[in-house]
Design a protein around this ligand. Sequence first.
Ligand SMILES: Cc1ncc(COP(=O)(O)O)c(C=O)c1O
Length: 407
Amino acid sequence: MFQPGATMAFLSATLERIRPSPTVAITQLARDLKAQGRDVIGLAAGEPDFDTPAHIREAAKAAIDAGHTRYTPVDGIPELKAAVAAKFRRDNGLDYAPEEISVATGGKQVIYNALMATLEAGDEVIIPAPYWVSYPDIVRLAGATPVIVETRLEDGFRLRPEALEAAITPATKWLIFNSPSNPTGAGYSRAQIAALAEVLERHTHVWVLSDDIYEHIRYDGFEFATPAEVAPALKERTLTLNGVSKAYAMTGWRIGYCGAPKPLVDAMRKLQSQSTTNPCSIAQWAAVEALNGPQDFIATRNKAFRNRRDLVLAELGRIEGIDCPRPEGAFYVFPSIAGLIGKRSRGGTEITDDETFARALLEETGVAVVHGAAFGLSPFFRISYATSSALLAEACARIADFCAGLR
Ligand SMILES: Cc1ncc(COP(=O)(O)O)c(C=O)c1O
């Protein structure tokens, strides 16, 4: 039997470099409090509250009955690669051949494959903050160094070209770009992408990992664009990442995909062949239906998301000490609590930073949000508004009351 000390010696040093996902940790804490009978409203999870549409669920059932239950080609069945190629052409004006497409067990595995296949100790990856929590940890797992470039609320949390230029060194291997963003919802316009591309075109050793997973969740006429489309010169060193988790409410099915240069896709396939092999065969057939089938429900769902965003923005806008920009997409807002630092809650907690704010908010009101430091930028917090308007209104009322009680 392992003694605790012996167990630690048994675990690899690689594991020391990473931490468990803070968003998963907060969601679990909220779940635990709920199990203890506390009235908890969880605004921490990053997934749509909608169900997977019926036609996609039916396609999965049909796939089981048709016997699509065996191993498939490692990085995707030809039918799914064809659907992905058609999607890139239809939505992004991008031409990717089947051998330039890779399908994996979620967008997260695509990122993991790409970074593990390309990074070594000494390599640097530029990650604008606030960032999706997994980027820096996957870079660290690969033995490389995340180079965090903080963005500013005044810039709508968008990376400025000068800041990108200043962060590039001879060791830079990738820029990770995410629009619309998790955790801010900020989307980059075509012109803003072109300005970043102008910098990247001068630094030909830097590759771009464009995480487009929130492409379809956008508001107020925001026009989505992606670097390989805006700057065709970059396509030969860009990985365009997408997946079915967010747009099609398919987080549990675990299908993500990318378009990228063939040598990279080959390397990613080699890695995946010695880890998970193919993504779930049934989920792949469901994804074929998601990409090829009707798309109209996306607009309907976006209307619901937009109403919730507007509700949250209106409520937060009334709270003194909180400042929140209006996001272009995704289902998150990322308000600043700069005006609340140094105050004390009714429960006696001094709000020294966003982590103490989030913890006191959860303990005293039962509202679970994620502190900005988890995403690499303070003092902010993230609300995921992928929940009912009634719960959002109640959560905002509790946040307002909590803030009103700060002295
Ligand atoms: C920005 C971003 N990229 C990628 C992913 C990965 O999604 P999945 O692995 O479900 O495809 C997520 C999920 O939360 C995300 O927020």
